[in-house]
Write a protein that binds this ligand. Structure first.
Ligand code: SF4
Length: 167
């Protein structure tokens, strides 16, 4: 599978931090993702907590919702902070993507179940890091086979558990 940096999605950036095998498997077999309870619960949480807000797709990025007023603010809705680093980089990638298109935005990660919000700002010094991550994602996804799986606490809840550990 050929992946260009310009087609990388937020989910791919998120999975890069969670598990490189998951990133590869998702990029090649994304149809299996609907079997994941976590993905379904995330969608449900968004629909029930922010009923009036609509998801927005801009190129390869899919933002939970956008607030416009004093500047553009991208919002992501997450269930827990267990994967916080992956959430932060997913949103940083969105901010980076928009900046490349000439749109300066900030972000907020919303944790409605925890009643918490985290403000995310893309610093210029982070842009090089994001570019390195995107190059790395292309390398992982373009490989002919997935990286060898490494056991993680959340493997049993992952859509790809059987591919990694049973087959
Ligand atoms: S089962 Fe575990 S190792 Fe395999 S893709 Fe999922 S998180 Fe990664």
């Amino acid at each position: 599978m050929l992946t260009k940096e310009s087609t990388i999605t937020g989910v791919q950036v998120n999975y890069y931090f969670i598990c490189k095998s998951k990133l590869w498997l998702f990029s090649h077999y994304s149809a299996m993702e609907h079997t994941s309870d976590a993905v379904f619960m995330g969608k449900l949480l968004h629909q029930t907590s922010y009923k009036r807000e609509k998801e927005m797709r801009i190129g390869p990025i899919n933002v939970d919702f956008i607030e416009e007023g004093k500047g553009v603010v991208l919002h992501e809705v997450k269930r827990s902070r267990k994967m916080e680093k992956s959430h932060i980089y997913q949103l940083l990638y969105y901010l980076y993507y928009l900046k490349q298109k000439g749109i300066v935005a900030t972000g907020v990660i919303n944790y409605p179940l925890l009643r918490k919000r985290e403000k995310i700002v893309l610093e210029s010094s982070q842009e090089e890091e994001i570019e390195g991550i995107l190059k790395d994602i292309v390398q992982v996804v373009s490989a002919g086979t997935p990286p060898s799986p490494e056991k993680k606490p959340y493997c049993k809840k992952c859509s790809y558990y059987e591919l990694c550990w049973v087959m």
